[in-house]
Design a protein around this ligand. Structure first.
Ligand SMILES: CC(C)(COP(=O)(O)OP(=O)(O)OC[C@H]1O[C@@H](n2cnc3c(N)ncnc32)[C@H](O)[C@@H]1OP(=O)(O)O)[C@@H](O)C(=O)NCCC(=O)NCCS
Length: 152
């Protein structure tokens, strides 16, 4: 599979919606204002392209000096296991050599991050408002966003 990586260009919202729905990556792709805020606030966006087709995307935040959070990593199923995910992450470490990156792995990627060199944390904690809507199950998410996935 041939692809190219672009750093710090933001794909159009419909392409992001379609890619996340198809991957699948459980993000609020059917809530455009919320998805827009997610990308407005991100200062690290790496994308993978096959021609003009968006086939992979990484979204993250960093202060550039110490902390970094890898928020999203999604690769279209047609391109999975072709090195796209690794190629999207590689620039994190070369561009920001002083940053320690952390992430929350999805159930689908449980074995992935260890395989590509990440170390598990034993001291990670998470807290949110009691009304914060929990992550949907995959079956519910995929049914809800099937119309978007079809466009990826
Ligand atoms: C997880 C995901 C990002 C991986 O991206 P990818 O482009 O398919 O992975 P790569 O091609 O970079 O794989 C690199 C290596 O990891 C392996 N690998 C890929 N997916 C794996 C998985 N789920 N579990 C274990 N190993 C995996 C590959 O076989 C490859 O191994 P090799 O170097 O020994 O040949 C992609 O499958 C995906 O988008 N999944 C759905 C969305 C998701 O869950 N994202 C993660 C959010 S935290």
């Amino acid at each position: 599979m041939t692809f190219r990586i672009a750093c710090h260009t933001r794909p159009e919202l419909p392409a992001i919606q379609a890619l996340y729905a198809a991957s699948p990556l459980r993000r609020p792709v059917d809530d455009e204002p919320r998805l827009t805020r997610m990308f407005d606030a991100a200062n690290v966006i790496h994308s993978a392209w096959a021609g003009d087709r968006l086939v992979g995307l990484l979204r993250g935040w960093t202060d550039g000096a110490f902390d970094g959070y890898l928020c999203d990593l999604a690769v279209h199923p047609d391109f999975q296991k072709s090195g796209v995910g690794r190629a999207l992450m590689d620039p994190l470490f070369t561009e920001y050599p002083q940053v320690r990156w952390v992430l929350l792995a999805s159930p689908l990627a449980e074995g992935y991050y260890g395989h590509v060199g990440w170390k598990p944390l034993e001291n990670a904690w998470v807290k949110s408002h009691p009304d914060c809507v929990p992550m949907p199950g995959y079956a519910e998410y995929q049914a809800r966003v099937a119309h978007l996935a079809a466009k990826a």
